[in-house]
Design a binder for this molecule. Sequence first.
Ligand code: ADP
Ligand code: MG
Length: 288
Amino acid sequence: MHNLGDRVKVTNNHKMKAFSGEPNIFTPTRPEESQAELKVENLTLKFGGITALNKIDLSAHNGELISIIGPNGAGKTTLLNCIAGHDTAREARISFNGKDITHLSTHHLAKIGIGRTYQNIELFQSMTVLSNMMLARHAHYKYNVGQASLFLKNVRNEEVRHREVLEELIDFLEIESIRKEIVGSLPYGMRKRVELGCALALQPKLLMLDEPFAGITLEEKEDMVRFLVELNEAWNQTIILVEHNLSMVMSISKRVAVLDFGVKIAEGSPDFVQNHPQVIKAYLGDVS
Ligand SMILES: Nc1ncnc2c1ncn2[C@@H]1O[C@H](COP(=O)(O)OP(=O)(O)O)[C@@H](O)[C@H]1O
Ligand SMILES: [Mg+2]
């Protein structure tokens, strides 16, 4: 039917994968450590005369992979920016695990467990894969100088823990062979995977991904799907996935919200939304 793009197969072998060594970063010691319940109410954002988002209500439940789709310019990136605290001129009420987070800074939001990737990759291109991931993690898990000089043992333990987390992630994302490569020299699809690694380095409770499949090969898409499905199904990672095409999310999301011109025009199962007249109209009118 209308502009639904490539179909990507989802294999079941993700359920077979297991990590060697302990501790496992995807298994929190207490369930509440990974708890993620997001509620966005009545979100409106205007850019001059353009209403980029119009009275959006959206929720993401703990352990869910919810997809947000819509044609170019629908407001998907703006919605992620609003949740992540970038577009602060918005009107809204946003809560996370029952706490009002509407006015928290991006830094604070990252600290309480809201992580994301960007539509146009934001990595340090002249640094290695490992350095990018270390920087991503250290940006939010810094010990202060006083601690560093007074409690060297604690700091060392913390360093060991950081290393363990990064090594597990490198193992999980199958990027062992490129860990020392300069990011700018990698194929685009690999850079997307490294960006996912940087977002995961923070061990976010809620992971928001802005078009992780855009511009990558079919094989890379299948790998990306496999990682996301495993993160969600095997490790209970809560994910908001922004994607242009409905077909990409059909097999991996149980719930899909559709934006068009800043309005949420439909929400429900993939089958429900793909047969929704307004959704069909929005996509038929999309020439991209
Ligand atoms: N910083 C900005 N200033 C002005 N207009 C913007 C800005 N960011 C986005 N927009 C506009 O908001 C609308 C939604 O954009 P965006 O969220 O990027 O859409 P999507 O991610 O769904 O393609 C578009 O009309 C876009 O031109
Ligand atoms: Mg976008």
